[in-house]
Each structure stands twice: as structure tokens, then as C-alpha cells.
Design a protein around this ligand. Structure first.
Ligand code: GDP
Ligand code: ZN
Length: 345
């Protein structure tokens, strides 16, 4: 598999950025994005949003979790618009702390949601899951549930789409065999930062912490891979309740129904949000998908047809297909994952 130099990786990302910018213009964003026009500029005191319910916003301020109402002066629907990771302005109002506004988002983690009931252009709607994210850790497990490279690829596509740095974590390392480690190494060769951990044996935790320290990190990954256990291993004072994996299916159960935002060191936060645990199809054009498989990018200029999808085109005309299983080429598994996802778009 090709090891991409930083410059090549950036090149493929640039191609993507251009495409998504062009596309963004056509979407009729709604929901929380409308608050871009209502950002508050000055805030004496701020808090980081964990979640909201029934018009109240749950947040972390001065390292304490509080539930605040929204001030009457704040934009309408503010409580509905905020997402985990949002930084809100706080002010004293009749002796209680209230949320008075939303500060500008540095970035968002969002996905496109197809919505048949809405007549928006192309029928897609942006759903913001979290804001102000520095890094996303894709948490996988060696066993229970088993490691699925196709899941990893989906998350990687989503995160690249949002231009968010990624760390790939193989948890339950105590159950790992050579096969799972080989898969992890393949991603490492693609330029993805990887880590192996065991929340049970407490191994790899310090290295993993080094990758997350000083950052707002969001944990994504299937239920049951050990996200909650990892938060507890990173900060034993967290003591979140973990779930059992049902033995019959090997699949996890949903145990956390709300987002958590946990501060485990100075300026170091972990967000675990159920919003990202299941992955639906989001909106990417078929012709665009190949740019999310960055190791394809060096080959596609050599395909005969500029709009080659590397699918049914004759082998003689497709440089991407010719690169499969070649030294410094494309792995069979990644190509298959591309074909599978292409089929769903
Ligand atoms: P989450 O749904 O991703 O938050 O997963 P949980 O943290 O709730 O963990 C699901 C199950 O996996 C629990 O029974 C944990 O005890 C178990 N588990 C978590 N981490 C590890 C690990 O590193 N090794 C092993 N063997 N089991 C783990
Ligand atoms: Zn091709």
C-alpha cells in the first residue's frame, strides 16, 4: 500500500475542499447553522455545552457541570441550536447564571441527512453533531464487536468530509491477534495516526493520552468497542457506567443515551456522543468518493477516462484497478470498501 507523503495527502484534501465548498452553496442549510448570523462577540464568562433538553442547556463552566436556562435576550431557539462542544456566553441574570449567546464555532462535525419530507435542494440537510473539535478518535475493538475496516473507512470519510484530524484506536488490544494489528498497520501506512489500547489491562493508555492532551477530542465508533471504558481508563475519577456486550450477537448495547463531555486534564476534553454511533449514508457524489481514498489519488490521472469510477471500466483503461495488490499500490480491502460504499451512494 502506498505511503502517502504529507504533501500528497494535502493535495487530495485540497481537491476535496474545493469540491465541498462548491457543493455547500447548493445546500439549504438549516437547523443550528442559522445561528452563524447570531454569534455573540463578547462574553465575560463562557461554558462548554454538553447537551440540552427542555429548553435548558447543560454545560461545563469552571470545571463544574451546571444546567442553565437561556436568557430572554438570547436568540430564539438557542437551546435547540446548541450542540455538544459549543462554547456559550454566560451572564448573571436575576442572581442566576444564564446562557446569553453562542460564540463562533471553530468547526463542526456534521453529516448530511437525506430527508424525503423536506423539499430542500437535493433533499439533503446538514445535521450538526458537535462543534469545536480538534481531533476525532475512531475507536474500534479487536473483538466483541470484531474489527470492521469498512466501518473505519466510513468514519474516515465522514471526518475527512469535515476536515477533522483523525486518530485510529484499536481498543481491546488484550484480545487482538496478528490480523487486527496488520489492519491497523495498513492504516498507519496510509498516514493515519494509530494507537493500540486495552482499557482492561490499562495498556497503551499513556500513549493514547499524549495524542489527545490539550485538545477537544470526540470519540466515534460502534457501541460496545469500549469508548466509555477508555474514558474511565484515561481518567479513573470519571467512573462512567460501561455497557455489556450481548454475547449472542457480539454487538454492543446502547448504554449512553446522552452526550458526555469530560475534562480529563487542563484544556483536554473528550466528547462521547451517541449521535455518531450509527452511520447512515451522507451526501457524497459517486464521482467524489475516490478522493476520500487518498491512496487512489496518485493513480487516477492515469485512467483513460477523466470520469473513471474504477468500477466497470476495462482493466486496461483503469490505472486505479491496475494498482490493486501492487507494491505501493492499493489494497484489495480498501478497493472493496470503495466499491461497497460507491454502491450505496
Ligand atoms: P462503548 O459502548 O463504546 O462505550 O463501550 P463500553 O466502554 O461500554 O464497553 C463495552 C464492553 O467492552 C464492556 O463490557 C467493557 O468491559 C468491555 N471492554 C472495554 N474495553 C475493553 C478492553 O480493552 N478489553 C476487553 N477485553 N474488554 C473491554
Ligand atoms: Zn479508473
Amino acid at each position: 500500500m502506498a505511503h502517502l507523503k504529507g504533501s500528497q495527502w494535502r493535495e487530495s484534501k485540497r481537491a476535496l475542499d474545493k469540491k465541498s465548498r462548491a457543493k455547500a452553496k447548493h445546500f439549504d442549510y438549516e437547523g443550528s447553522q442559522e445561528f452563524v448570523d447570531h454569534y455573540t462577540e463578547d462574553a465575560d464568562k463562557t461554558g462548554i455545552v454538553i447537551g440540552s433538553a427542555l429548553g435548558r442547556i447543560s454545560l461545563l463552566a469552571d470545571q463544574t457541570q451546571v444546567n442553565c436556562s437561556v436568557s430572554p435576550d438570547a436568540p430564539r431557539h438557542l437551546a435547540k441550536a446548541v450542540v455538544v462542544g459549543d462554547v456559550v456566553a454566560l451572564s448573571e441574570f436575576e442572581n442566576s447564571l444564564m446562557v446569553s449567546g453562542l460564540t463562533e464555532r471553530r468547526n463542526v462535525l456534521s453529516r448530511m441527512r437525506r430527508d424525503a419530507t423536506r423539499r430542500s435542494y437535493l433533499g439533503a440537510q446538514e445535521q450538526i453533531i458537535a462543534a469545536n473539535i480538534d481531533v476525532a478518535a475512531i475507536v474500534t475493538s479487536a473483538q466483541n464487536p470484531p474489527l470492521h475496516p469498512k466501518f473505519i473507512d466510513r468514519y474516515m470519510i465522514l471526518l475527512q468530509h469535515n476536515d477533522i484530524d483523525t486518530v485510529l484506536c484499536l481498543n481491546k488490544g488484550d484480545l487482538a491477534t496478528g490480523e487486527e494489528r496488520r489492519i491497523l498497520d495498513e492504516y498507519n501506512r496510509l498516514g493515519v495516526t494509530t494507537a493500540e489500547t486495552s482499557a482492561v489491562d490499562n495498556t497503551g493508555i499513556e500513549k493514547f493520552k499524549d495524542l489527545l492532551r490539550g485538545k477537544v477530542a470526540v470519540f466515534v465508533g460502534q457501541s460496545g468497542v469500549g469508548k466509555t471504558s477508555l474514558i474511565n481508563a484515561i481518567d479513573p475519577s470519571a467512573s462512567y457506567r460501561t455497557g455489556e456486550v450481548s454475547t449472542s450477537s457480539g454487538r454492543g448495547r446502547h448504554t449512553t443515551s446522552a452526550s458526555t463531555l469530560h475534562m480529563w486534564d487542563e484544556n483536554s476534553y473528550i466528547i462521547d456522543t451517541p449521535g455518531i454511533r450509527s452511520l447512515e449514508i451522507w451526501d457524497i457524489e459517486k464521482s467524489e468518493l475516490q478522493y476520500y481514498y487518498q491512496e487512489f489519488v496518485p493513480f487516477n490521472p492515469d485512467c483513460k477516462y477523466p470520469d473513471c469510477l474504477h468500477l466497470n471500466e476495462p482493466l486496461a483503461d483503469c490505472a486505479v484497478k491496475q494498482a490493486i495488490n501492487q507494491p505501493n499500490g492499493i489494497s484489495q480491502a480498501r478497493y472493496e470498501s470503495y466499491v461497497k460504499i460507491l454502491d450505496e451512494l
